[in-house]
Design a protein around this ligand. Structure first.
Ligand SMILES: NC(=O)c1ccc[n+]([C@@H]2O[C@H](COP(=O)([O-])OP(=O)(O)OC[C@H]3O[C@@H](n4cnc5c(N)ncnc54)[C@H](OP(=O)(O)O)[C@@H]3O)[C@@H](O)[C@H]2O)c1
Length: 431
């Protein structure tokens, strides 16, 4: 076999980047794989908008069927995004005996169980390197480079938009609204950035990372998800005084045999490597038993970054086909040390707490009394201003406390007539 035919569905941002790389790097890729990767058909809804590469009209079609049903096509690349008809396209491609490459984290997070099972049944593969971290080869690293490792945890900054917003607030002392506006102006946020800001995009990626690290395909409902829209510039600044930096982290970790999967704004020590990951960059901090602690870092989006990962998947499948191999990337072995998923109420962490309370004698004692009643002990307290008989911020850092207790304590504190709701608690991770 000296030629592999590829059919592309979705000739948009990433799709046109893939075609450009396959054209520009044709000789190099051929030398490395010993096979020519040939684009046989390209499908899109329309071809009017400008692309960074020109292609012969004879390759173009508006019908996905023409790609999926072409018997000469070996690999179908789905780059349209969304759930439907992307799901149907992948199902039909697998049923037609084709391997699939996709960058569609939302689809795999929601429908992965069915799609991966079908791929296994048909002895085909779904490769999805671009779906997490774009060009950062984190999936290949977890799947292959670290194959003999047992993972303890993975902490990811996996959403460039929210990381840009938090970095902008932290570095330029601006409000959330201004940071979002800046992200839109610079093309780092969609018109409606809610999936990025509310943590759902990060949760989709966490589902795939958890699958690769722990062999568990959890669902979105299993993940605790909290976004960044309630984060204020004053909390960022108070946390800085404590030597802490805020990041939206996607976290999967094992504690006492229980797997925690959560996405939320997290305070981490300023001198930790993840704290300096700024702007639209992504990073993954992985702890493993053999290779130790590793950081993967780089741009988490962008046409050529994502297309680079798609081409890497195409090369992997090409080599497998050439070698006559069926090698499932999906045969993740569940980590048997994981007894169950831990609910958010049961997690334990240190907390940054900010309360707005009346500056008068006895108030602090009442607040500490409530925290004590819920078993929460305080490591440090500082009152940020002095304005007698007026509301002032009080910032505390707790020792390890149970989430459920912290929530109940804050609800009780917010009911005090000397406190102005709503008090803030941000989890601190000892990454
Ligand atoms: N952009 C990135 O940096 C990046 C990074 C990692 C992963 N990804 C993932 O890559 C995938 C593609 O993203 P993208 O940024 O390339 O999106 P995009 O620029 O919107 O490209 C998608 C293309 O598919 C076309 N399309 C939509 N539905 C179709 C259908 N039913 N049949 C044929 N064509 C259809 C769209 O046409 P219309 O425009 O006319 O709808 C558009 O040209 C998504 O799953 C995304 O999450 C993107």
């Amino acid at each position: 076999m000296n030629k592999i035919n590829v059919g592309l569905i979705g000739f948009g941002n990433v799709g046109s980047g893939v075609v450009k790389i396959l054209r520009d790097k044709k000789q190099l890729l051929c030398k490395k794989s010993g096979v020519e990767i040939n684009i046989k058909k390209i499908c899109d809804k329309d071809f009017k908008s400008r692309r960074p590469v020109s292609v012969e009209k004879s390759l173009l079609t508006r019908s996905p069927k023409e790609v999926i049903e072409d018997p000469q096509i070996d690999i179908v690349v789905e780059l349209i995004g969304g759930i439907h008809p992307a799901k149907e396209i992948i199902i039909q491609a697998l049923e037609g005996g084709k391997n699939v490459v996709t960058a569609n984290k939302a689809l795999l997070a929601q429908e992965g169980k069915e799609l991966f099972a079908l791929a296994r049944d048909r002895a085909k593969n779904i490769y999805f390197e671009a779906s997490v971290g774009a060009g950062i080869p984190i999936i290949k690293a977890l799947r292959e480079g670290l194959v003999a490792n047992k993972f303890h945890d993975i902490f990811g900054i996996v959403n460039g938009t929210s990381n840009f917003v938090l970095s902008e607030m932290s570095r330029n002392n601006c409000t959330f609204a201004r940071a979002i506006a800046e992200a839109k102006t610079r093309g780092f946020a969609e018109k409606d950035p809610s999936l990025d800001i509310n943590g759902i995009d990060s949760a989709h990626k966490l589902i795939l990372l958890t699958y690769l690290c722990f062999g568990r395909l959890v669902s979105l409902n299993d993940i605790f998800v909290e976004g960044i829209s309630h984060i204020s510039i004053s909390d960022i600044n108070y946390a800085k005084e404590l030597g802490l930096e805020i990041k939206l982290l996607a976290i999967a970790k094992i504690e006492k045999g229980e797997l925690e999967v959560r996405v939320h704004p997290t305070l981490i020590p300023m001198d930790h490597l993840l704290a300096s990951v700024d702007g639209i960059d992504n990073a993954f901090y992985v702890s493993s038993d053999l290779a130790g602690n590793l950081l993967f870092y780089g741009p988490g989006a962008g046409q050529l970054c994502a297309a680079s990962a798609v081409v890497s998947d195409l090369m992997d499948i090409t080599k497998d086909i050439k070698a006559g191999l069926f090698k499932s990337v999906l045969n993740n072995v569940p980590d048997i040390s994981v007894k169950k998923l831990r609910k958010i109420d049961e997690i334990e962490s240190r907390y940054y707490i900010r309360i707005l309370a009346m500056d008068k004698p006895g108030v602090l004692a009442r607040v500490s009394g409530i925290l004590g009643k819920f078993g929460i002990s305080i490591a440090s307290v500082s009152q940020k201003e002095r304005r007698k008989a007026q509301i002032v911020p009080i910032v505390m850092v707790s020792h390890e406390a149970k989430e459920k207790n912290m929530r109940q304590a804050l609800v009780t504190i917010d009911r005090l007539n000397v406190v102005r709701p709503k008090s803030v608690a941000i989890r601190i991770e000892e990454v």
